[in-house]
Design a protein around this ligand. Structure first.
Ligand code: FMN
Length: 170
């Protein structure tokens, strides 16, 4: 994805839509980390360092793919799932709320005319990445949301038919 991406005001709007999600118990069990501009190359380099620490035999291409990940779109938003264990609301529900935040932000970006994509991969699970993002111990990375512009007409991927994945109460 290339420029233009969302403006600073539009990023604020995307975040506002992201936090306007179902949230059982008013816990706000998510945090959003904006990675833009020069921070993207810095983030990519740090990801490559963490990956090398975990896999000392990492090849150049693997490391380059992490740098490319961080710079793949004009705006990158990392979404952290931050479950409050002290509350009685089940972890599952708090984690679902983080997923809903991701989807809301993608829809907001699309509604503004940008392309958006939700990705994970090693940057979502690698040792030390939560810390790199400024998160707390126990945070999980729900994913990375990429926003920008694409030139190509994107083709739809195969989807199941509605009747394959739904039924009336047996
Ligand atoms: C939590 C999560 C993580 C994902 N991670 C990846 C990923 O790392 N790589 C990938 O190709 N698609 C990933 N996807 C799927 C894409 O977000 C997306 O569905 C796919 O690129 C097709 O785009 P579309 O659903 O808008 O048609 C992930 C989806 C979710 C919900």
């Amino acid at each position: 994805m290339h420029a233009p991406g969302p403006s600073a005001d539009e990023v604020q709007d995307i975040l506002s839509v992201g936090l306007r999600v179902p949230d059982h118990g008013k816990i706000a069990p998510w945090r959003f980390v904006i990675i833009e501009g020069e921070d993207q190359a810095r983030f990519g380099a740090a990801l490559a360092d963490l990956y090398t620490a975990e896999k000392p035999d990492a090849g150049k291409l693997e490391l380059q793919s992490l740098r490319d990940f961080a710079t793949a779109a004009p705006t990158l938003i990392a979404v952290l799932s931050r479950v409050n264990e002290a509350r009685t609301i089940p972890r599952w529900e708090q984690e679902l709320s983080a997923g809903a935040a991701c989807q809301n932000m993608l829809l907001a970006g699309h509604a503004m005319g940008y392309h958006g994509q939700w990705l994970s991969g090693w940057p979502a699970y690698g040792e030390g990445v939560v810390d790199l993002l400024g998160g707390e111990a126990g945070d999980k990375i729900a994913g990375y949301l990429f926003f920008g512009t694409v030139d190509a007409e994107l083709s739809e991927r195969p989807r199941p038919a509605v009747e394959e994945i739904s039924w009336r109460l047996p």
